[in-house]
Write a protein that binds this ligand. Structure first.
Ligand code: CAA
Ligand code: NAD
Length: 309
């Protein structure tokens, strides 16, 4: 089983090696993750360009960021609504959009990819951008489940390639998993750590193993909840209530699956079950497959395990 290969261990506190300062950031994919990452990067003073496939998606990304910023300022500037409005305007000055990835990366320090969870599509994207991005530019993927080394192999900048895995909703979740492959340079790794901290996040160092830390534990848990329900051993409502009130989770597993996106959950599971077919933790679920086949991806499409307005 080539599931767990050799990986180098990295220090979170290494200060011997220099790290390049990241100021200009290009985020490819303006969906729920890309928009969230763009938001926290812009709030912390980075100049951010969001790239997606169409203007209509990008308009939705911008609306999503503005909506989320309004929720933030409602609390942060509770007594000063005008200052809150000014804050939003200043943050939005740091955000631009484009449908032309090759043009967008011309002057960027970091390309952070948050597109669909598909190895071939990610490789195609990075292999094209590798030819046009400046030499110093660091490439990073926000993949939930794919090996960073496999994505990086499509480029000639293995030393300047790593993983930066954020959590949904990005403005609220404080963790970033920073992933180095055996080829990632220490300077690159340090830059990714510093960038995460500059965004106000807490980084943890991860090896390039499937699911890194959080998803390797969280995805089997959510899948086991579906299987429990499929066996008729609990309604989804009861399972959600049980895990919230009995285990202190902020969302139950079905609420969380809908929040993450059932399409993304299935992409993750498909990849892992293909890599390790006998592993019962990665077994397919008919219920999940059916919902995805019907286009019910969860909160983002208005219906998944539950219905949303
Ligand atoms: N932007 C800005 N503020 C937000 C926000 C957002 N997207 N979402 C929530 N908030 C803030 C707001 O201040 C909100 O108050 P308002 O509704 O008045 O604006 C406040 O949080 C409370 O939010 P809610 O009342 O909606 O609900 P909540 O108290 O349950 O908090 C939550 C929401 C933070 C999402 C919480 O439910 C939670 O932590 N859920 C678990 C999320 C989780 O596990 N994420 C990881 C998913 S796995 C992953 O991401 C990895 C992967 O690769 C798949
Ligand atoms: P999403 O479906 O909300 O957004 C993906 C976006 O990428 C869409 O707007 C799509 O139009 C765009 N896109 C697809 N192909 C593209 C291309 N070639 N060029 C430019 N844009 C393209 O998905 P998401 O939930 O934001 O997930 C994005 C990535 O982040 C995935 O790799 C996912 O596994 C990972 N991730 C997801 C979560 C989560 O909770 N949803 C958490 C952490 C990481």
């Amino acid at each position: 089983m080539a599931f767990f290969t050799h990986h180098i261990t990295r220090s979170l506190s290494s200060s011997v090696v220099r790290n390049a300062v990241i100021k200009n950031v290009t985020i490819i994919g303006g969906g729920q993750m890309g928009a969230g990452i763009a938001q926290v990067a812009a709030v912390s003073g980075h100049l951010v360009t969001i790239v997606d496939t169409s203007d209509s998606v990008l308009i939705k990304s911008i609306k999503g960021i503005e909506g989320s910023l309004k929720r933030v300022v409602k609390k942060k500037f509770a007594d000063k609504p005008e200052a809150g409005q000014e804050f939003i305007q200043n943050v939005m000055k740091n955000v631009s959009t484009s449908t032309d990835a090759a043009a967008a990366v011309k002057k960027t320090d970091l390309v952070l990819e948050a597109i669909v969870e598909n190895l071939k599509i990610k490789q195609d994207l990075f292999s094209g951008l590798d030819k046009v991005a400046p030499e110093h530019t660091i490439f990073a993927s926000n993949t939930s489940s794919l090996p960073i080394g496999d994505i990086a192999s499509s480029t000639n900048r293995l030393d300047r390639f790593g993983g930066l895995h954020f959590f949904n909703p990005v403005p609220m979740m404080k963790l970033v998993e920073v992933i180095g492959t055996s080829a990632t340079g220490q300077e690159t790794f340090n830059s990714l750590l510093s960038f995460s901290k500059a965004l106000g996040k807490t980084p943890v160092s991860c090896k390039d193993t499937p699911g890194f830390i959080v998803n390797r534990l969280l995805v089997p848990y959510m899948m086991e909840a579906i299987r429990l329900h499929e066996r008729g051993h609990g309604s989804k409502e009861d399972i959600d209530i049980a895990m919230k009130l009995g285990a202190g989770y902020p969302m139950g597993p079905f609420e969380l699956l809908d929040y993450v996106g059932l399409d993304t959950a299935k992409f993750i599971l498909d990849g892992w079950s293909a890599m390790d077919p006998g592993n019962p933790l990665f077994a397919q679920s008919e219920m999940l497959n059916k919902l995805v086949a019907e286009g019910k991806y969860g909160k983002k499409t208005g219906e998944g395990f539950y219905k949303y307005n």
